[in-house]
Design a protein around this ligand. Structure first.
Ligand SMILES: Cc1cc2nc3c(=O)[nH]c(=O)nc-3n(C[C@H](O)[C@H](O)[C@H](O)COP(=O)(O)OP(=O)(O)OC[C@H]3O[C@@H](n4cnc5c(N)ncnc54)[C@H](O)[C@@H]3O)c2cc1C
Length: 397
């Protein structure tokens, strides 16, 4: 059966667009479908509230996709130090001690997504279908038939579902998920502080939940403060003065007091894990595969590792041959990698909710800080550089 494309990627968020670019660069013919084509952000606009910490391994993956170098320098908030505190105990990581230039960068999601799409436009063998929405599909022996809203149909050998946390395609593929409602929300805003944040990702486990101050390129910090839903609602209704007082009562960062804040946003927090990543010729990737608590800044980093892993296992696959073995490899690889990270993050969040857990965590941080192999293993994991990472990510070393 003749097909239109080897691979259709449904969902052009950062994970899906990166996968499309890497797969096309391996010589596959690819279509990327999304409900909307992302706009190029205005270079003079204020920083978007949706920012993510991108690890060096993920930056290397974005670089291979042709997106990283398109990000303007003045929108990247690099950090070479990470400081984590809990009840008097702390652990500090410095990039130079681990042979790295940076431990990561704080980047706005709209800039990342637009850079990925720009990169895709420059790659041969990619069709961009936007606006377009994959509304259904049927699997046949050697291909998959996709319905695009509005009546268009497409035939491809594989469908990559990168359609986000509430993935419709995951549901249509009959893949179940394990769900955990944290009853927490992440409060997000950008703050000015007495002293500029010149490159520290700072985090403290407060009595209300983990609070992070992450460096923006202009010296402000982006705040991600995960707390019970009711408290987030209360904090959202306070005026700026009241909010800053609550924040300053919980933070003792090296940047001094927070003196001004932008509008506050709240994101509900759910842990979700797909029980399988593959069903026939459908493959899940990014948030469609799992959602993790943002306390370790790993959600998109995991999605980018999915993209690189999928491109790696499919590098030698050519459209007519059976992809089952390569996809089974992808599933084993990414279910175990993703679950380990998600499980660790989940355990830390639960453990540090109560006072005794936080005190023990503080003690643990101080002890772990003295154990070099543990520190090194943590940094390798957080930076996407461990032995099990895709080759593209490990090239950041
Ligand atoms: C408060 C907060 C802080 C975070 N901080 C970090 C961090 O520091 N580091 C980190 O790595 N991660 C972080 N994350 C997680 C990160 O934001 C997500 O993991 C990431 O943005 C998900 O990207 P994605 O491409 O998988 O999905 P999405 O960005 O959700 O993209 C899905 C795309 O699919 C499209 N789509 C949906 N349905 C269809 C369809 N039927 N057909 C076609 N297209 C469709 C949508 O239009 C969309 O473009 C954070 C999350 C939160 C909430």
């Amino acid at each position: 059966m003749r097909v239109d494309h080897d691979i259709v990627v449904a969902g052009g968020g950062v994970a899906g667009a990166t996968a499309a670019a890497l797969l096309a660069q391996s010589g596959h013919s690819v279509a990327l479908v999304d409900r909307r084509r992302p706009d190029m952000p205005d270079p003079d606009s204020d920083f978007d509230p949706r920012v993510v910490a991108i690890a060096p391994g993920s930056a290397a993956v974005l670089g291979a996709a042709g997106a990283w170098e398109r990000l303007p320098e003045n929108r990247l908030g690099p950090y070479d130090r990470m400081q984590v505190h809990a009840d008097g105990g702390e652990i500090v990581f410095r990039a130079s001690e681990h042979g790295l230039g940076k431990l990561g960068w704080i980047v706005e999601v709209p800039w990342l997504q637009a850079s990925c799409w720009q990169a895709l436009e420059a790659i041969d063998g990619v069709e961009l279908i936007a606006p377009g929405s994959v509304s259904g599909f049927s699997q046949r022996e050697d291909h998959i038939r996709l319905e695009i809203e509005g009546g268009k149909t497409l035939r491809s050998r594989l469908l990559v579902a990168a359609d986000g946390a509430r993935s419709r395609l995951r549901r249509l593929a009959g893949i179940e998920t394990d769900l955990w409602h944290y009853n927490q929300q992440a409060l997000v805003t950008h703050v000015e502080t007495e002293r500029p944040n010149d490159g520290i990702a700072w985090q403290r486990f407060t009595e209300h939940g983990p609070l992070a101050l992450l460096p923006l390129a202009d010296g402000r910090s982006s705040i991600v403060w995960s707390q019970p839903e009711r408290r987030v609602s209360e904090l959202k209704t306070l005026d700026d003065e009241g909010f800053l007082a609550e924040l300053n009562a919980c933070q003792d960062s090296p940047f001094g007091e927070a003196t001004a804040a932008t509008k506050r946003y709240a994101f509900p927090l759910i842990r979700r894990q797909a029980k399988n990543l593959v069903s026939g010729r459908v493959v899940l990737l990014g948030d469609a595969a799992r959602n993790v608590h943002p306390l370790a800044g790993q959600g998109l980093n995991l999605g980018l590792m999915d993209a690189a892993a999928l491109a790696e296992v499919l590098a030698d696959w050519r459209g007519e041959s059976d992809p089952a073995r390569a996809l089974a490899h992808y599933q084993r690889w990414r279910i175990s990698g993703g679950s380990l990270v998600a499980g660790g993050i989940h355990a830390i969040n639960e453990f540090t909710r109560a006072g005794p857990g936080r005190s023990l965590a503080g003690l643990g941080f101080s002890l772990a800080g003295r154990l070099w192999p543990l520190r090194e293993a943590f940094v390798e994991h957080a930076c996407g550089l461990e032995r099990d990472s895709p080759k593209l990510a490990r090239s950041a070393r």
